[in-house]
Design a protein around this ligand. Structure first.
Ligand code: IDP
Ligand code: MG
Length: 153
């Protein structure tokens, strides 16, 4: 029986867009087997940044984090597939790029936690909240691809 399908949110952060890594990053998730169900380019404003990173308020890096995520446009996407939340977190790699595994996005393209290229939801509850923060339900498309039966069985 196919594994349970999940949806999760990713954000290609301002450094990912500025360094022209959007295609490379999205491509890694496509090649992994995940399906894009939502995608857009936006500029995150301060209120949205504060909502997104509410759990980090009061931490020493908070002000810098809010500045970073609002510096320039980002690409937000919702990815769907079996175990999507964990699959995406593993593909993204550890928070600190200098410690992230080679082969992961952060481990291949980053060196500094202050510019770690990408956000990904970390659990089912946060995935649900974060998807709803960036996408209206009619912006998320449900569909099947012919290849899906070769990705999950
Ligand atoms: P995650 O993005 O891997 O889930 P979190 O611990 O949730 O990592 O932190 C959220 C974001 O805050 C990180 O992706 C990174 O951009 C930033 N951040 C976390 N720790 C530090 C730090 O020590 N210095 C600067 N920025 C940090
Ligand atoms: Mg996090």
């Amino acid at each position: 029986m196919p594994a349970e399908t999940e949806r999760t949110l990713i954000i290609v952060k301002p450094d990912g867009v500025q360094r022209a890594l959007v295609g490379e990053i999205l491509s890694r998730f496509e090649r992994r087997g995940l399906r894009l169900v939502g995608l857009k380019l936006i500029h995150i404003d301060r209120p949205l940044a504060e909502q997104h990173y509410a759990e980090h308020q009061g931490k020493p890096f908070y002000d810098g984090l809010i500045e970073y995520i609002t510096l320039s446009p980002v690409v937000v996407a919702v990815l769907e597939g079996p175990h999507a939340i964990q699959v995406v977190r593993n593909t993204v790699g550890g928070t600190r790029p200098h410690e992230a595994a080679p082969g992961s996005i952060r481990g291949d393209f980053g060196v500094d936690v202050g510019r770690n290229l990408i956000h990904a939801s970390d659990a089912p509850e946060t995935a649900q909240t974060e998807v709803a923060l960036y996408f209206k339900s009619n912006e998320l498309l449900s569909y099947q691809r012919d290849v899906d039966r070769w990705i999950s069985g």
